[in-house]
Design a protein around this ligand. Structure first.
Ligand code: FEO
Length: 400
């Protein structure tokens, strides 16, 4: 996409990534892609804020060149050293030899480890400012949103916040750099997916950041991923608060059902359980964990207060892909859920015990369970439907 002047003298010069299939090697972005947003500030001294992944260095340089002569850059501000933000650094440094690198104290250390950079950079602390002549930058540290060195850069006169990973989302920019030109509901889903995949593990640092941000007037939020927000920008903090509340237990009166099935026996039970849930008019999301990437399941687990898990017994244990999804939920601090369990086993069972072991440290409470041997009978399916209905009623009362 062509660079866009987002405020006088401030340009978006980002790149879209249509190539990466798994972000961080873990999270599926096959359908969405992602963008790496960089920004150039020009007039007075010039600064480049954040870069891109190394394989897109050439494209990024071409973007920067349309706005400023790369060799004349005065500063490169490193809000984050993770290679999706700074992978292009060493090559861009060669083209911009007089540019001073700017980052936090921890950035200094991490630059050596990641990029072999061992000279002194311009180290900034929380609240420090840097004058560019016509404008100024203020740095707001936000350790562990997402790495320890992470910070935001803020232009106080313009009330423009370069928010780094915070308030970012998956998805390439499809023609528009501004969120208000996009489908906001789709953006919310991709922001939520990014939130739960990437930053939800650090819920306390995120909460601290929201408190810190509450006093900072902001007209525009320009994150490192996803579009730029210039209308109702406070909605991003509202969404984050809502998601933090969900993670800690104040979740929606709704159910996520995750299951797997080897020979359709557990799947037939899933259908009956689902009928029971929807009979109570409780919203239900169903995921077959063998077919749907966990990246898409975690948002539902985060937002919804009820979890029903269907799993066959596999080698005396919970079916491995089911166990994996629950371990991810634990990793992302999705706590205090009401849960139910069902499944089919061939001879000795074991899946339910495996499930209980996993959910105990997460504060998930098992409300009901149903296990059958082999294929479910008609009576088993009726019982499965009752389990779904009873669980849904429980969710309605417990979320009140
Ligand atoms: Fe956009 Fe922490 O990576």
């Amino acid at each position: 996409m062509l660079p866009v002047e987002i405020m006088p003298g401030v340009y978006w010069v980002g790149v879209n990534d249509y190539i990466t299939q798994m972000f961080e090697g873990l999270w599926s972005i096959e359908q969405s892609g992602i963008c790496y947003n960089s920004y150039v500030i020009r007039g007075g001294k010039s600064a480049l804020i954040d870069l891109a992944k190394s394989f897109q260095t050439e494209e990024l340089i071409a973007q920067i060149k349309t706005v400023v002569d790369v060799g004349t850059l005065d500063y490169i501000v490193l809000n984050h050293v993770e290679p999706d933000h700074a992978g292009a650094l060493n090559i861009i440094r060669q083209l911009a030899p007089k540019a001073v690198l700017v980052g936090s104290k921890v950035t200094q250390k991490m630059l050596k480890a990641f990029y072999g950079i061992d000279f002194d950079i311009h180290v900034v602390s929380d609240g420090d400012e840097l004058s560019l002549g016509n404008s100024r930058l203020r740095f707001i540290t936000m350790p562990f949103v997402h790495w320890p060195e992470s910070m935001m850069t803020y232009m106080p006169n313009e009330q423009l916040l370069f928010s780094n990973d915070a308030f970012g989302g998956y998805g390439v920019l499809s023609g528009a750099v501004y969120a208000d030109l996009c489908d906001i509901e789709r953006l919310k889903q991709e922001n939520l997916r990014y939130f739960v995949n990437i930053v939800a593990h650090y819920e306390k640092p995120v909460s601290k950041l929201l408190t810190k941000m509450s006093d900072v007037p902001v007209q525009m939020i320009a994150p490192s991923h996803g579009p730029i927000w210039r209308e109702d920008v406070t909605r991003l903090a509202r969404w984050y608060r809502e998601w933090l509340d969900c993670a800690s237990g104040k979740a929606q009166e709704a159910v996520t059902l995750i299951y797997a099935s080897m020979y359709q026996n557990t799947e037939r039970m899933m259908e009956a359980v689902s009928q029971g849930v929807v009979s109570q008019k409780v919203p239900l999301n169903v995921f077959n964990v063998s077919n749907v990437h966990v990246s898409y399941i975690l948002p539902s687990l985060l937002e919804r207060g009820g979890v029903i898990v269907g799993s066959p017994t596999y080698e005396g244990e919970l079916f491995p892909p089911v166990a994996e999804v629950i371990r991810y939920a634990a990793e992302k601090k999705i706590h205090r859920r009401k849960a139910a369990f069902f499944g089919s086993y061939g001879w000795g069972g074991g899946a339910k015990d495996g499930f209980l072991c996993l959910i105990k440290p997460m504060g998930w409470e098992l409300i009901d369970s149903l296990e059958v041997t082999g294929a479910p009978t008609g009576r088993d399916l009726q019982r499965a439907e009752q389990l779904g209905a009873q669980f849904a009623r429980e969710i309605k009362t417990s979320q009140k």
